[in-house]
Design a protein. Structure first.
Length: 193
């Protein structure tokens, strides 16, 4: 069983890379952005099916663990897990699960509202509060949901603002949506310059 693979990125395909480790090229499916001819180190998860053996690679153990948790949810196979992790970064996804943010999870291709809710129900207890610790989790989750709803009402796409919104809520745990929206808009306008 391969646990970790280090080598040169020889080829980048649609959802996979060929990593040359010595004279052998390994086809590794990955949600990670890798550059050609760079050296990559990936944590490997091997998935064996009746008709195939596939390697899935991640740049961190947290991403690998999240892949394993996602594929443990009934109805979520490696292909859907990879689609989720290709669309949503690990920290954002863990926070979305911990706070019950099904809308963010449903932005991944092939994941509808019901599947996103199922992922939350089955994984919420396994995923820590992320940036939203213990007692403030419910309040922070509500503030995050309200802030995202307000920004969507102003025409911003959820996936474009979710990471910034999570940071703002984590950095200002006692702030309500009335204080968070102007901070978010200032942050967005500051990024456009």
């Amino acid at each position: 069983m391969i646990g970790k693979l280090q080598g040169v990125v020889d080829y980048i395909g649609d959802g996979f890379v060929i990593i040359m480790a010595g004279p052998v090229g390994y086809k590794v499916y990955t949600p990670e952005y890798l550059t050609p001819k760079s050296t990559a180190t990936l944590w490997i998860e091997t998935v064996v099916r009746e008709d195939s053996i596939r390697l899935f690679g991640f740049t961190s153990q947290a991403a690998q663990n999240l892949f394993n948790m996602l594929t443990a949810v009934s109805g979520v196979g490696p292909k859907v897990a990879m689609a989720i992790q290709s669309t949503i970064n690990t920290d954002t996804l863990m926070t979305a699960i911990a706070t019950g943010d099904a809308k963010t999870i449903a932005t991944a291709p092939g994941v509808g509202k019901k599947m996103a809710e199922k992922i939350i129900v089955e994984l919420k207890s396994r995923v820590g509060g992320g940036a939203f610790d213990c007692g403030g989790a419910a309040t922070s989750a509500g503030a995050l949901g309200d802030l995202l709803a307000a920004l969507e009402a102003l025409g911003y796409r959820r996936m474009d603002v979710v990471e910034m919104a999570q940071r703002l809520v984590a950095d200002n745990p006692s702030a309500d949506v009335a204080r968070l929206v102007p901070m978010a808009l200032k942050n967005i306008s500051g990024n456009k310059q």
